[in-house]
Design a protein around this ligand. Structure first.
Ligand SMILES: [Zn+2]
Length: 313
């Protein structure tokens, strides 16, 4: 059965329909993740339990809308669209980041995504997103200013890794854009949780990883490639984390290796037939894979329920 969500799949599809990204083989010494050449529609089973839950779900924001005194937070009973996602590309000083800056700016992909989302979502405040040089490899959402910062340093780091094996200019550009896409949706997830006062339980970092994966997985082949890039980023970071013996069990993020498996599970769960190779290559243990189709359907349905009060009619 296909997910019978109302508008969300349409958001996902329009979101990425313009993209020129092409499937790129991604490989690693320890974990091999390959984009499958086959293209098939997204299908996921929504169990009756999940459907029943979604029928009863209602977003209530009363308990949590006092935390940003200077900023308006959405309330479902008086929805007014007074904000947009805005994209800015700050000039760079260090020439190292000039190329990434230009590719991201010229691609206009983030403007396209913002426009699509602005046409579909009610937002209480503008969410300016700055692509800029930060002096560190980072990306973050600041609830006090309602701003997203995407650092060129972070995109450059992933770009260097992912563009090693590409052959064409198009593949190169696709990899640079992909290096920033998953992170952008992760930060946008934080912004939506804050601005729409979405009632989440569980760790916000895990929740917004899932948001990023789900929104991209439903955006067609190009979105799937961006998720695979994100999965691979976690694999790279996990390797580094292990080497440095910097396992922050106390951190607000799950360990990179856990984030990797969580995302790999959603990728597999979105289309087990297409991503069977993840299990065959032991990139995703069969024991975890068993529940991934359900996990994907449940989480994508949950996001549909969370966001549907904020769709423009
Ligand atoms: Zn985060």
């Amino acid at each position: 059965m296909k997910i019978s969500c109302d508008r969300l799949p349409r958001i996902y599809v329009t979101l990425m329909s313009w993209v020129l990204l092409t499937p790129v083989l991604i490989s690693c010494t320890e974990i091999n993740i390959k984009s499958s050449p086959t293209d098939s529609g997204i299908s996921a089973t929504v169990t009756p339990i999940v459907k029943a839950r979604s029928g009863n779900a209602k977003v209530t924001t009363a308990a949590i809308n006092s935390r940003t005194p200077t900023q308006q937070t959405a309330q479902t009973d008086e929805l007014e669209d007074t904000g947009d996602i805005l994209i800015f590309h700050n000039p760079v000083k260090d020439e190292t980041y000039q190329e990434v800056h230009e590719i991201i700016q010229d691609s206009q992909i983030f403007e396209e995504i913002a426009q699509t989302l602005n046409e579909l979502l009610i937002l209480p405040n503008d969410i300016p997103t700055y692509f800029m040089e930060c002096g560190e490899e980072n990306a973050y959402y600041d609830p006090s200013t309602v701003e997203i910062t995407m650092c060129y340093e972070l995109i450059e780091r992933y770009k260097e890794i992912f563009t090693e094996e590409v052959e064409t200019d198009e593949e190169y550009i696709a990899e640079v854009v992909n290096a920033g896409l998953f992170t952008f949706f992760h930060e946008l997830g934080h912004a939506l949780v804050d601005q729409l006062a979405l009632p989440i339980t569980g760790r916000e970092e895990d929740v917004v990883d899932e948001f990023a994966a789900i929104i991209l997985l439903q955006a067609g082949e190009e979105g799937e490639n961006a998720v695979l890039s994100g999965v691979w980023q976690f694999a790279v970071d996990a390797e580094e984390e292990a080497e440095l013996e910097e396992l922050t069990y106390w951190g607000e993020h799950s360990l990179d290796i856990q984030r990797y498996y969580n995302m790999a599970c959603l990728v597999y769960g979105s289309n087990p037939e297409k991503y069977q190779f993840l299990v065959e290559n032991e990139d995703l243990p069969a024991e975890r894979a068993e529940g991934c189709e359900y996990e994907y359907a449940q989480k994508s349905q949950s996001w549909e329920v969370l966001l549907s009060p904020y769709y423009k009619e």
